[in-house]
Write a protein that binds this ligand. Structure first.
Ligand SMILES: Nc1ncnc2c1ncn2[C@@H]1O[C@H](COP(=O)(O)OP(=O)(O)OP(=O)(O)O)[C@@H](O)[C@H]1O
Ligand SMILES: [Mg+2]
Length: 259
């Protein structure tokens, strides 16, 4: 089941540096939320804090609260490793395991989770995930070739297949299309449309059209000056944010009159 995410008063630090300050936002289950805003405002940092990937950086920590479907993400009883398995993440740069085959890449996460998998089960899961990621037709006859033998756009879709193979309830995507051609981009946007019925999706994008096409809710982050923390300026229905935002800086950003 997809999960809702409730963030309150979140501060994100790298050592002494406060990178993101005071974020409060509810993220609805089974919806697509887009994070937009200028470079350095903390979109990636915030995204990583949602599956406890932020703290793997030495000195990095967060303050505040994130509740995912009633559970305290940073609570004492929460296992960060389990969280990272349940909350999938797709990074801006495709990062398939280079020496693993396409097939093994897709089920790498499942192998960690499951004790033993029948071959037929694994085959089915690989096909299903690759079909969902719009990659099956291009790789079905070369599943045993290394993941690194694919093009950049194919590798990104392979990483998406890997992320969804474990059926995470939440899928976080950090600029998943920034290195992709329009055809791969459109395939991934189609996939996001398909997935949103089952998953809670958060996507960071610098592409305003993409945010408008794929998301129901948009959150605009900004920073007042270099060295200052990034802040969530406003969030709301994507239609409203792109037509009639409350804040002047949102208006300036979405209409390209920024800086
Ligand atoms: N590993 C790190 N160590 C120290 N500071 C970091 C680290 N990663 C990011 N930062 C700083 O945190 C702030 C927010 O960075 P972040 O990458 O979250 O921004 P962003 O909104 O994703 O930017 P972009 O649009 O360029 O990807 C920046 O000032 C950045 O320099
Ligand atoms: Mg980023």
């Amino acid at each position: 089941m997809a999960k809702s995410i409730d963030v309150s008063d979140l501060n994100i630090y790298y050592g002494d540096f406060l990178a993101v300050e005071g974020v409060t936002i509810p993220i609805a289950a089974k919806s697509v939320t887009a994070f937009i805003g200028p470079s350095g405002c903390g979109k990636s940092s915030f995204l990583r804090s949602l599956n406890r990937m932020h703290e793997v950086i030495p000195g990095a920590r967060v303050e505040g609260k994130i509740i995912i479907d009633g559970n305290d993400l940073y609570g004492a009883g929460t296992d960060p490793v389990a969280v990272r398995r349940e909350i999938g993440m797709v990074f801006q740069r495709p990062n398939p395991f280079p020496t693993m085959s396409i097939y093994e890449n897709v089920i790498a996460g499942m192998r960690l989770n499951a004790k033993r998998m029948k071959k037929s089960e694994a085959d089915d899961a690989v096909e299903k995930s690759l079909r969902s990621a719009n990659l099956w037709a291009e790789v079905e006859d070369r599943l045993r070739r290394p993941g690194s033998s694919l093009s950049g756009g194919q590798q990104q879709r392979l990483c998406i297949a890997r992320a969804i193979a474990v059926e995470p309830q939440v899928l976080l995507m950090d600029e998943p299309c920034s290195a992709l051609d329009p055809i791969s981009t459109s395939a991934i946007e189609d996939l996001i449309h398909d997935l949103q019925h089952d998953y809670t999706i958060v996507i960071v994008t610098h592409n305003m059209q993409q945010a408008a096409r794929v998301s129901e809710t948009t959150a605009f982050f900004n920073l007042s000056a270099v060295g200052e923390p990034g802040r969530l300026v406003e969030y709301g229905s994507t239609t409203k944010i792109f037509s009639n935002p409350d804040n002047e800086s949102t208006e300036a950003y979405i209409s390209g009159r920024f800086g």
